[in-house]
Design a protein around this ligand. Structure first.
Ligand code: ADP
Ligand code: MG
Length: 259
């Protein structure tokens, strides 16, 4: 019998507070290799903070993160990126005056082989390196149907397209784990549907494990293999979309039937 692969990510007993005010309390869950895990819950539930714990922006007071065979309580975001964790942010964080390709290329910085001085002088290895980074960035751009906007200045694109460029930039880093903080927020129904499709594609074709935060329950149920529900910094449910949807605690948190 073959052994199941260990989870790519395991959070154990994570607690985080800001100046004594608790944001996350004793949260633990696992994310399997290759799955799409949705993190849902009302505003202020601690979802973004949890992503920040995973990629090393916040240092929790308690608990451990296991990622890809290594345990840590805190690693800096730079090392997290090197170990294969990429993320997008709740608010757009692109270089607005730069083209789509140049934005996506910034996602390739980890993979550059030439030194800074070689890049500045644009000699030998740097030139070959640049060509191969560009090739890879173009493949990602094509995969996300952004080819016609490749040389367009990002700030002139619609909001929905800019969110897709952010996804492309994160993906360009070739991460094992992609953390998406509300990738569909502020989108209309059509844009949401398209973005959900791209998240599914990225997961299927690039084999990237995804943890995404999303408010729209309909979208969550459609894309995720696994749902974790947070409320006031605590985990209130964890399971398959269908199990979670009918969980009374989840209904209470969402519909306010508890108080
Ligand atoms: N850097 C910070 N400093 C102080 N409080 C913070 C900080 N980041 C988050 N919080 C607090 O932690 C709680 C959870 O926030 P957040 O993780 O952004 O929730 P969500 O993403 O679920 O809306 C909130 O009460 C928020 O005010
Ligand atoms: Mg948030």
């Amino acid at each position: 019998m073959t052994q199941a692969a260990p989870p790519l990510l395991t959070l154990s007993d994570i607690s985080l507070s800001f100046k004594g005010v608790s944001a996350i309390t004793d949260i633990g869950f696992e994310v399997e290799q290759g799955e799409i895990c949705a993190l849902i819950g009302p505003n202020g539930a601690g979802k973004s903070s949890l992503l920040n714990v995973i990629n090393g922006v916040y240092r929790p007071q308690r608990g451990t993160v296991h990622f890809d065979g290594q345990a840590y309580r805190h690693m800096d975001p730079y090392r997290a990126a090197h170990r294969g964790i990429a993320r997008t942010f709740q608010n757009l964080a692109l270089f607005r005056r730069m083209s789509v390709i140049d934005n996506v290329l910034t996602g390739r910085n980890l993979h550059r082989r030439s030194t800074w001085i070689e890049q500045t002088l644009h000699v030998g290895r740097a030139r070959r390196d640049e060509a191969s980074q560009r090739q890879h960035a173009c493949r990602v751009i094509e995969a996300l149907d952004l080819a016609r906007y490749r040389d367009t200045v990002v700030g002139t694109l619609s909001y929905g397209l800019q969110k897709r460029v952010e996804l492309a930039r994160a993906l360009a880093a070739e991460p094992k784990l992609l953390l998406l903080d509300e990738p569909m927020a502020g989108m209309n129904a059509e844009e949401k549907h398209a973005m959900a499709g791209y998240v599914l594609d990225v997961n299927a074709h690039f084999g990237v494990t995804v943890v995404l935060i999303e408010h729209d329950i309909g979208v969550v149920m459609g894309v995720s293999d696994h749902v974790v529900v947070l409320d006031y910094g605590k985990k209130i449910a964890d399971g398959k979309p269908d199990e979670v949807r009918t969980n009374p605690d989840v209904l209470a948190a969402y519909l306010g039937t508890r108080h």
